[in-house]
Write a protein that binds this ligand. Structure first.
Ligand code: NAP
Length: 279
């Protein structure tokens, strides 16, 4: 039976460390969270971010804007927040309403306050191995691997998914740690064969039972990023957990794996931003 990679417990530890470090700063770290419209999933995420800030002793400001907000109005708000000294991090909850150009909004956030790590400056820093904010989900996964002593060095790491926020940065971080990385996507023709070669398999697609036991090498480490609902409405990932956990050496559960670490890394990035701003 696989070791369960307990992201929830690790996240609690990380947040406790963040809280202690934040307490030694001259000024309380501040995070501004913007939500546009009334997407229920986004509302849940924003509420949990507020709770995380409270736990870490940060101050947070929430801007809940109506669906009718224009791009100009949204960017004007971001520019105001960029200019405020007590705001260390700015996060704009995605997805945004269709009429708003997501890329333009993400570009408007100052790279020094881009605690989500989505600004091209931070993405570029990751690409060339320079310091910057790491996207929270792949950052959290690297922390899980480190916590459990799983070293990607020399391992074949297969990432399913190539989004800018998960798949691509995940591949880069594994490469930085000397993994041999293969990235798969919707046009990959021999997905099963490639997955079967993986020592570390990261699934970030968003499809229930995308990864079945016949795609996993016995002893592989399996990281399930996705957050799906199955036919019964229960939260689940991409991986057929009961079957795959019987042959993997380690696996992240859903819920309780990658999700809590994503949230913890947002707090970590906000702390980092505050430390830099107070230098
Ligand atoms: P996304 O932007 O929709 O990307 C999905 C990726 O999966 C794309 O690269 C797509 O390929 C690929 N894909 C789709 N069908 C495939 C198939 N049949 N075979 C192989 N690859 C396939 O999603 P995302 O934002 O990266 O998120 C992925 C999942 O992670 C979602 O379930 C999301 O909810 C979850 N997520 C969880 C957390 C967390 O904290 N736990 C954070 C972020 C996201 P193409 O590029 O070719 O279209």
């Amino acid at each position: 039976m696989a070791t369960i990679l307990d992201g929830k417990a690790l996240a609690a530890k990380c947040k406790e460390r963040v809280k202690q470090e934040a307490a030694s700063l001259k000024r309380t770290p501040g995070l501004a969270v913007i939500i546009v419209g009334d997407n229920p999933a986004s509302r849940v995420y924003v509420n949990s971010k507020r709770k995380d800030c409270e736990e870490c002793g940060f101050f947070s400001e929430e801007y809940a804007l109506p669906e009718s907000t224009t791009q100009v109005e949204l960017i004007a708000l971001i520019e105001k927040l960029n200019a405020r000294e007590e705001i260390d991090g700015i996060l704009c909850q995605l997805p945004l309403p269709e009429a708003i150009d997501e890329e333009a909004v993400l570009m408007a956030i100052s790279p020094e306050k881009d605690v989500d790590g989505f600004h091209p400056m931070n993405m570029g820093a990751l690409l060339v191995g320079k310091e910057g904010f790491l996207p929270c989900t792949p950052y959290g996964i690297m922390e899980i691997l480190a916590e459990y002593g799983i070293d990607p060095k020399g391992k074949h790491c297969v990432v399913i998914g190539r989004s800018n926020i998960v798949g691509k940065p995940m591949a880069l971080l594994l490469l930085q740690k000397h993994g041999t990385v293969t990235v798969c996507h919707s046009r990959t023709t021999n997905l099963k064969e490639i997955c079967l070669q993986a020592d570390i398999l990261v699934a970030a697609v968003g499809k229930v039972d995308m990864v079945t036991a016949d795609m996993v090498k016995p002893g592989a480490v399996v990281i399930d990023v996705a957050m799906n609902r199955n036919a019964a409405g229960k939260l689940c990932g991409d991986v057929d957990y009961p079957a795959v956990s019987a042959l993997a050496s380690a696996i992240t559960p859903v819920p309780g794996g990658v999700g809590p670490m994503t949230r913890a890394m947002l707090m970590q990035n906000t702390l980092l931003a505050a430390q830099k701003h107070q230098r």
